[in-house]
Design a protein around this ligand. Sequence first.
Ligand SMILES: Nc1ncnc2c1ncn2[C@@H]1O[C@H](COP(=O)(O)OP(=O)(O)O)[C@@H](O)[C@H]1O
Ligand SMILES: [Mg+2]
Length: 251
Amino acid sequence: MSARTALALKGVTKNFGRAEIIRGVDLEIRENERHVVIGPNGAGKSTLFHLISGRLQASSGSIQLFGREIDGLPPHRINRMGLSRSFQVTNLFQNMTVMENLRCALLWSQGHKYAFWKRVTSQQGVTQRAEELLERLHLSEKRDVPASLLSYAEQRALEIGATIASGAQVLLLDEPTAGMSRTEADDMVELIREITTDCTLVLVEHDLGVVFNLADRISVLVYGEIIASDTPEAVRANAAVQEAYLGTEAH
Ligand SMILES: Nc1ncnc2c1ncn2[C@@H]1O[C@H](COP(=O)(O)OP(=O)(O)O)[C@@H](O)[C@H]1O
Ligand SMILES: [Mg+2]
């Protein structure tokens, strides 16, 4: 794991009217870390994600991406700085095939970096990278199938693949296994693990079972506060976490 900090939140709060939903969150996520935020329903996990992705602005505090303040910037600027939120930022082109979707995301990531005389070479590179991604996504057999005809789980896999292909360095995933069967969810977690070897992952999850094998570190959010941020083993053994998280979960 790199020593560089990918994402740093300091004293972040968010109020909706008089309701304090995020109550002073400090969080540091290192580059290439897989960090999972868990917490009961209504704890503020999605709100925290909206603050990081720029969809919402914090009431106070600071949010930095690779050392640059991002709180208050619009989502597309934060996205261009390397942070992607899947299932919202990357919408698939439903009428395009799996391969076309990946090629499109890869071309997008190259933007104007390539001068026109390099275009032919870069196109070949794009095709090769798209083929590699297809394999990593286990979608090689669906190469020429329109995105609209994929299963739900396959569409989500393709969305994550397209997000990575479009150049995301930090990937935010909010409950990526929601609405999936146990088997689909396990496959999805395995896929997320495989595909995020070179990027920083921040994943929000409600289902504890999903995350213990994936996370390098886990933060536990309860009523807008992080009550623990540690290795999976330490979090699992933490009595306060068990009481607060499982206790709240009960109702
Ligand atoms: N735009 C909003 N306006 C008012 N209250 C909100 C808004 N968004 C979320 N909330 C409230 O904030 C709390 C946390 O919601 P959320 O972040 O979605 O929790 P989680 O993702 O952990 O389930 C909930 O009580 C929810 O009703
Ligand atoms: Mg949520």
